[in-house]
Write a protein that binds this ligand. Structure first.
Ligand SMILES: [Zn+2]
Length: 240
């Protein structure tokens, strides 16, 4: 396939698909678009045209050839195209606009007890091997008169998970984001994940999980606050 061909129907479909995924993270499918206050189009908007780039497909064909495969055999024929689509989907967090995500979902309230949301599932990719790491995130914060809609927190996690990551940085980014946007007394984030680059490469047998945490503000300075957060995490999730 020539590299310089114009965007096809499939490319436009792929662009729309990625735009939809980004919209879902920014707004959630539970919010009708008209309910969200208008926001300026993100500067990265033009980047959606990148979906028509053929670089990924060329690279995947090169990889197939290098490992001794035949990119022309039937089972592999559409693999470069599938991977092109998949990589854009798995890394669509780069395209999420945090202002849109948070827009209209931060509320001033008198509530000042700890808010904890845990068991947030996520899938990410380690930046060293581009293999998946996945698990759950727990997020807690102590509001200083300002809270964020609960449904937004899993999407903040997703915004950072759908990028190339290291688990430590992702943990820190979620904590920093909430600290900056909500200015709470403190934030705690704990992420537990299994890394396929460890499990599959034989460095560590599968099943080992890595736990990272980031504590800011009173979650760092007050043992009482930290203990309260940890107690929430240890409590079993009630069965539905
Ligand atoms: Zn890795």
């Amino acid at each position: 396939m020539p590299i310089d061909q114009p965007p096809s129907e499939d490319d436009r479909t792929l662009d729309a698909r990625i735009r939809q995924m980004v919209d879902d993270i920014e707004r959630g499918d539970d919010e009708a678009p008209e309910l969200a206050a208008p926001v300026d189009e993100p500067e990265g908007q033009a980047a959606f045209g990148a979906a028509s780039g053929r670089g990924i497909e060329t690279a995947v064909r090169d990889i197939l050839t290098e490992i001794g495969e035949d990119p022309e055999r039937e089972g592999l024929l559409r693999t470069p195209e599938r991977m092109h689509r998949m990589w854009l989907e798995l890394t669509c967090g780069y395209r999420v606009d945090p202002d849109r995500l948070i827009n209209g979902a931060v509320f001033d309230v008198g509530y000042s007890e700890m808010v904890v949301i845990k068991g947030i599932p996520f899938y990410s990719l380690c930046e060293h091997h581009m293999l998946p790491f996945f698990g759950t995130a727990a997020v807690g914060y102590l509001p200083r008169g300002r809270v964020i809609g609960l449904s937004k927190i899993p999407r903040v996690v997703e915004m950072y998970a759908r990028r190339l990551q290291v688990q430590e940085r992702m943990t820190q980014q979620v904590a920093d984001f909430l600290q900056q946007r909500l200015n709470p007394y403190g934030v705690g984030v704990v992420i537990e994940a299994e890394h396929l680059c460890m499990a599959m490469r034989g460095v560590q047998k599968g099943g080992a999980t890595m736990v990272t945490s980031s504590v800011l503000g009173t979650f760092r300075t007050s043992k009482e606050t930290r203990d309260e957060f940890m107690a929430h995490l240890e409590r079993a999730v009630p069965r539905a």
